[in-house]
Design a protein around this ligand. Structure first.
Ligand SMILES: *Cc1c(COP(=O)(O)O)cnc(C)c1O
Length: 337
């Protein structure tokens, strides 16, 4: 089976498992797991930020960040497709008691001007705008990337209006390799960054939240409140260290594979609008004689799993368990449909 439903489906390789088996561990709730401490330190250093916090999921790192940046009754600005709003179980309201100002972005990306217009005036009867959250790459926006200059412009608005600036960087490394950017550029601009190790980087579990020492001290307390304090988590952190050392550059291959598959899709009459493929995600419209569910079913019969994300749209995500040979098979299957 070739699984294109998500880049979260990857299984650890032998080399990653070996690194996990060899990990030195301790109780991380006591701050005594050397491998967790190493992962947090190495990630923070990579981004030029002060501190890191290893968490079980990207939902948790995002939700902790929102909790630390806000007070109940505050408002968070983000794109209407943002993961923090769409796919985290209403956590912004549930965990932080905040409302959300949703902006109509371009494939998940919002602009400084839109944000400026969405900031509430300082009135007793308005929610207090306190946080801007971006996603890079975007998930529901089809893996689109921000231009760094647009992020700088947003940072200026945040500075002028005293707003926190959080990045949901679940797939930030895909953006970095695609745009030839560096982690440090991002570390300089954002107050907090969440990165996922369990997506394109291929670990079984884990995300890291980055920020200042003061921010991470608060985040650590919230992690415990949310039930995310893990004990001998070094076995998992070791997979993260392995992934950061070995699996970043190879993301380019996934991007190449996505472009190859999309070329095959574009030639079929049952394919309508395809979102521009910038990284490892393909979102395409299925039209005419087939709908998205039927297309997914036909691919499934050929041993290829993908997601119908709406009645008209399908999504395919490339990752390190999809080899060059598998990509050839996917292309041949599409061509025969
Ligand atoms: C996957 C993802 C997350 C985190 O998801 P978890 O499944 O909780 O690790 C956060 N943001 C985006 C954009 C994602 O794609």
């Amino acid at each position: 089976m070739i699984d294109l439903r998500s880049d979260t489906v990857t299984r650890p390789t032998h080399l990653m498992l070996e690194a996990m088996m060899k990990a030195k561990v301790g109780d991380d709730v006591f701050g005594e797991d050397p491998t967790v401490n190493e992962l947090e330190g190495m990630t923070a250093a990579m981004f030029g930020m002060e501190a890191g916090l290893f968490c079980p999921s990207g939902t948790m790192t995002n939700q902790i960040a929102i909790k630390v940046h806000t007070q109940p009754g505050d408002e968070v600005i983000c794109d209407k497709l943002a993961h923090i709003y769409q796919y985290e179980g209403g956590g912004i309201a549930f965990n932080s008691g905040c409302s959300v100002s949703l902006l109509e972005g371009d494939r998940g990306r919002i602009t400084a001007q839109q944000i400026l217009e969405a900031i509430n005036p300082d009135h007793d009867y308005k929610a207090k705008t306190s946080l801007v959250a971006l996603e890079n790459t975007t998930n529901r926006g089809g893996g689109s990337c921000y231009n760094f200059a647009d992020i700088i412009a947003i940072k200026e608005v945040c500075n002028q209006h005293n707003l926190g600036f959080h990045l949901d960087g679940a797939r930030l490394f895909n953006a970095l390799v695609e745009k030839n950017e560096t982690p440090k550029q991002y570390g300089e601009v954002f107050d907090s960054i969440s990165i996922c190790l369990s997506k394109g980087l291929g670990t079984p579990v884990g995300s890291v939240l980055l920020g200042t020492h003061t921010f991470i001290k608060k985040a650590r307390r919230i992690r415990k409140v949310f039930g995310g304090g893990m004990r001998q988590a070094g076995f998992l952190a070791a997979a993260g260290i392995y992934a950061l050392e070995n699996n970043i550059d190879r993301l380019r291959e996934d991007h190449l594979h996505a472009k190859q598959i999309v070329t095959a899709l574009a030639s079929k009459e049952f394919v309508g609008e395809i979102l521009p493929v910038e990284t490892n995600i393909i979102i395409a419209e299925i039209i005419g004689t087939l709908n998205s569910v039927e297309f997914a079913q036909k691919m499934q019969e050929a041993g290829i799993s993908l997601m119908a994300i709406s009645p008209k749209q399908i999504r395919m995500v490339l990752h390190l368990d999809v080899s060059r040979e598998m990509v050839q098979k996917i292309i041949q299957t599409i061509e025969k449909l």
